[in-house]
Write a protein that binds this ligand. Structure first.
Ligand code: NAD
Length: 504
C-alpha cells in the first residue's frame, strides 16, 4: 500500500493525556493500533489502568473551578483558537485518522477533519449563548431566576467508527459549557483523540480541562463510568454496551447521555426520483464502509420502483472502487479491523439461508487480501423480522424490501427498536410530510440521507438512546439549571408561615 505516513513521533511518550501531558498507562499490558488496510501495527502503547483513570479524574476535578469560573467570552476565545490550531493540523489529523481506521483520505480530508474544525468553531460561538430564563416575579413577593451551570467532571466514552469526530462531539459542548472532561476513546483508535487534546493545550486551554485515557472498556471504561468523582457519563457506542453503562452509572446516580446503535430505514415511494434514490442509497449505505450509526441499512421500495431500484443499486455498488485509503481514486476502504470484517461476513453468510445476496458477499482477493476489506453487498428477499433487517451489521451491507401501501412502508420503516435516523424519498410534499411526522427517529431526511450540520442536534429515540450531540440542544445534557429565588418583601413574618405557625 503506497504511503509513507507515520504516527507522529511525539505520541511515543504514551497514549494517556492527563493534566496536559502524554504518559504511558499502567495497565501492565500492551495494545497495538493496527492499520486495517494492511494488518500492520502502526503504534503500540500501554493502555490505561484504573490508576490512570483516577489520575485523569483528579486532573479534571482540579481544573474545574478555574474553567467553570472563566467567563463565557474567555472560554469562547480559547475555543476559537483551538479551531484555528486544528485547521493548521488538518493534514496530520486526516492522515492519522486514515491510518488507524482505514478510511479513504478523501473522507477524512473532506468530512472528518473539516467537520471537527467546524464543530469546534460552532461551540466557540455557542459558548457565549448559554442562557437561563429571564428573571421575573412569579409569586409576586420574590424574584425568580434560573442559573445555567456547568455540572463538573464529565466521563465520556467514544467508539472507533469516527474517532476524531466522536471525541469532538463529546468534548466540545461539555467544555464550552464550563465542564472538564475525561474521554476514553476506543482502545483500537486512540491516536486522533490524543492529537485533539494536544491541540487544545497548544491553543491555551488549561491543563486538566481535556484528558484522554486510552484503554479497554472492561477496565478503564467501567472504572470511569462508576467513578464517584465523575458526575455524568456521555457514551456513544452500541446499544448492548449502553445498557451496561446505564447499569453502572445508576450506582452513583449519574446523569447519562447515550448515543447508541441505529438501523436506519430508507423509504422510497413510487413517485421518487429513481436516479437520486439509487445514488443516495449506495452513498448512504457505503459511507465509512457502512460503519456509520445513521447509514442506510434497510431500503423499503414501493413495488412499482422495486426492480429498477434493485438493479440500479447492484450496478452502482459494483462500480465502487475498494482500495488503499491513501489512493485518491479509492471510494471505500477496509472495515476498521479484521474482527469487524468477520462479524459482517457472518451476517451475510447466515443470510444466504433465507435471502438472496445479489452482489458482494465476499472479501476481495489480490492485493487487498491482506486488509480487512469486504465487498459492497446487496441483499434482497429477506423477511422483515430476519437478522439482516433487524440487527445493526455496521458494514457495507444494504437489504432491500418491497412495500405496497404508504401505511405499510411507514410501518415497516418503524419496525425495529432503533430510532436514530431515517429518510423518505418522494416528490410529493404530503407524502414526505407524513413521513417526517410518523417516522420514529431523531433525524429524518427528505430526498437525502447522511448530511449533518453543527447547528442541528443529533441523537436517538428508543433503543438508539437519548440526549443530543452537536447544536445548542447539547447544552441541555452538559448543564444543570438552578432556580434562585430572592425575597423582595424584607418582611420577617411572612404570610406563608401561617401554614406552620397557625394564627400566631
Ligand atoms: P462499543 O459499544 O463496542 O464500544 C464503544 C466504546 O465503549 C468503546 O470505547 C469501548 O471501549 C467502550 N466500552 C466497551 N465496553 C464497555 C464497558 N463495559 N464499560 C464502559 N465502556 C465500554 O461500540 P463500537 O463497536 O466501538 O462502535 C460501534 C457502535 O457505536 C455502533 O453500535 C454504532 O451505531 C454506535 N455509534 C453510535 C453513534 C450515535 O451517534 N448514536 C455514533 C457512532 C457510533
Amino acid at each position: 500500500m503506497g504511503h509513507s505516513f507515520q504516527v507522529p513521533e511525539r505520541l511515543t511518550a504514551g497514549a494517556q493525556y492527563i493534566g496536559g501531558r502524554l504518559r504511558p498507562g499502567t495497565s501492565g499490558r500492551l495494545q497495538d493500533v493496527v492499520n486495517p488496510a494492511t494488518g500492520e501495527s502502526v503504534y503500540r502503547y500501554e493502555p490505561a489502568g484504573t490508576a490512570d483513570v483516577d489520575a485523569a479524574v483528579a486532573a479534571a476535578a482540579g481544573a474545574f473551578p478555574g474553567w467553570s469560573g472563566a467567563t463565557p467570552g474567555e472560554r469562547s476565545a480559547l475555543l476559537h483558537r483551538f479551531a484555528a490550531v486544528l485547521g493548521e493540523q488538518a493534514d496530520g489529523l486526516a492522515y492519522t485518522e486514515s491510518l488507524q481506521c482505514g478510511k479513504p483520505l478523501k473522507l477524512t480530508t473532506g468530512f472528518d477533519v473539516p467537520g471537527t474544525v467546524d464543530n469546534t468553531s460552532f461551540f466557540a460561538g455557542a459558548a457565549r449563548q448559554l442562557e437561563g430564563k429571564a428573571a421575573a416575579e412569579y409569586s409576586g413577593d420574590h424574584t425568580s431566576c434560573v442559573r445555567r451551570e456547568a455540572i463538573g467532571v464529565v466521563g465520556s466514552i467514544a467508539p472507533w467508527n469516527y474517532p476524531l469526530q466522536m471525541a469532538a462531539w463529546k468534548i466540545l459542548p461539555a467544555v464550552a459549557a464550563g465542564n472538564t472532561v475525561v474521554l476514553k476513546p476506543a482502545e483500537t483508535t486512540p491516536l486522533t483523540s490524543l492529537m485533539f487534546a494536544e491541540a487544545a493545550t497548544a491553543a491555551g486551554i488549561p491543563d486538566g480541562v481535556i484528558n484522554i485515557v486510552s484503554g479497554a472498556g472492561a477496565d478503564a471504561g467501567e472504572h470511569l463510568v462508576a467513578h464517584p468523582g465523575v458526575v455524568m457519563t456521555s457514551f456513544t457506542g452500541s446499544t448492548a454496551v449502553g445498557r451496561r453503562v446505564a447499569e453502572l452509572a445508576a450506582s452513583t446516580v449519574k446523569r447519562l447521555h447515550l448515543e447508541l446503535g441505529g438501523k436506519a430505514p430508507f423509504l422510497v415511494f413510487d413517485d421518487a426520483d429513481l436516479d437520486a434514490a439509487v445514488h443516495g442509497a449506495v452513498a448512504a449505505a457505503l459511507i465509512n464502509t457502512g460503519q456509520d450509526c445513521t447509514a442506510a441499512t434497510r431500503a423499503y421500495v414501493q413495488r412499482p420502483l422495486y426492480d429498477a431500484f434493485v438493479g440500479g443499486v447492484a450496478e452502482l455498488m459494483e462500480s465502487v472502487r475498494l482500495g488503499d485509503p491513501f489512493d485518491p481514486a479509492t471510494d471505500i476502504g477496509p472495515l476498521t479491523g479484521f474482527a469487524q470484517r468477520d462479524r459482517v461476513a457472518g451476517f451475510v453468510e447466515r443470510a444466504r439461508a433465507y435471502a438472496t445476496v445479489v452482489t458482494g458477499g465476499e472479501a476481495p482477493g489480490g492485493p487487498l487480501a491482506s486488509g480487512a476489506y469486504y465487498r459492497p453487498t446487496l441483499i434482497t428477499g429477506a423477511a422483515q423480522d430476519s437478522e439482516v433487517v433487524t440487527s445493526e451489521i455496521f458494514g457495507p451491507v444494504l437489504a432491500v424490501l418491497p412495500f405496497d401501501s404508504d401505511d405499510e412502508g411507514i410501518r415497516l420503516a418503524n419496525g425495529t427498536p432503533y430510532g436514530l435516523a431515517a429518510s423518505a424519498w418522494s416528490r410529493d410534499v404530503y407524502r414526505t410530510g407524513r413521513a417526517t411526522r410518523e417516522l420514529r427517529a431523531g433525524c429524518v431526511w427528505v430526498n437525502d440521507h447522511i448530511p449533518i450540520v453543527s447547528e442541528m442536534p443529533h441523537g436517538g429515540y428508543r433503543a438508539s438512546g437519548f440526549g443530543k450531540d452537536m447544536s445548542a440542544y447539547s447544552f441541555e445534557e452538559y448543564t444543570q439549571v438552578k432556580h434562585v429565588m430572592y425575597d423582595n418583601t424584607a418582611v420577617a413574618r411572612k404570610d406563608w408561615h401561617r401554614t406552620v405557625f397557625g394564627d400566631r
